[in-house]
Design a protein around this ligand. Structure first.
Ligand SMILES: *[C@@H]1O[C@H](CO)[C@@H](O)[C@H](O)[C@H]1NC(C)=O
Length: 181
């Protein structure tokens, strides 16, 4: 009985591992391809907007302000939640901070379309748009810019890559079963 429990747990574990690896291979194919988008920032320093990805308190989870909201075109119906993006400011020397390099952010939120607004409807489809926290935006562009063109690419998340996997409780579940033997 205990043995079959372990087998079932192992099978589940391996399935997850294979799934995770498959996802990483898909992402690594996507890496190094830089796409066009625009970026803005939202008003305050707290990073606390409605969190469409359901991550709760981002500070407690170690995301701090390195997060972004994505427009419909990037959000992918929520599939992009937890994905990491490397972003650099481009094409506007007057707005891009010289030699700022790139920022890497985790997608934690949705930037909804706004069909009423004439100005600032950046998150409407089909536009690709990152709405960053102010401090993160200001690492690559000047505050006065307001909005800047960027290039972005999907990258593997350093710290957060495993969060989703562990968050499912599968690793814990495996450990519990083994401990029960
Ligand atoms: C960036 O913003 C400009 C100006 O609003 C717009 O024309 C362009 O399509 C946007 N780029 C992307 C990739 O959405």
């Amino acid at each position: 009985m205990a043995q079959s429990c372990i087998l079932i747990a192992l099978a589940g574990f391996i399935t997850l591992l294979v799934q995770a690896t498959g996802k990483e291979i898909a992402i690594s194919r996507e890496q190094n391809v830089w796409h066009k988008a625009n970026a803005t920032f939202y008003g305050d320093m707290t990073g606390a907007k409605t969190m469409a990805c359901g991550y709760g308190d981002l500070f407690k989870q170690g995301y701090s302000l390195q997060t972004t909201a994505l427009s419909t075109a990037l959000f992918d119906g929520g599939l992009a939640c937890g994905a990491c993006f490397e972003i650099r400011c481009v094409d506007t020397p007057q707005w891009c901070i010289p030699n700022a390099g790139t920022i890497t952010v985790t997608a934690t939120n949705f930037c909804p379309p706004n069909y009423q607004k004439q100005d600032g409807n950046w998150c409407n489809p089909p536009q690709r748009h990152f709405d960053l926290s102010m401090p993160t935006f200001m690492k690559i562009a000047y505050y006065k810019a307001g909005i800047v063109p960027v290039r972005y690419r999907r990258v593997l998340c350093n710290k957060q890559g495993r969060v989703k996997f562990e968050g499912n409780g599968n690793r814990y579940w495996l450990l519990v079963l083994v401990y029960n033997v």
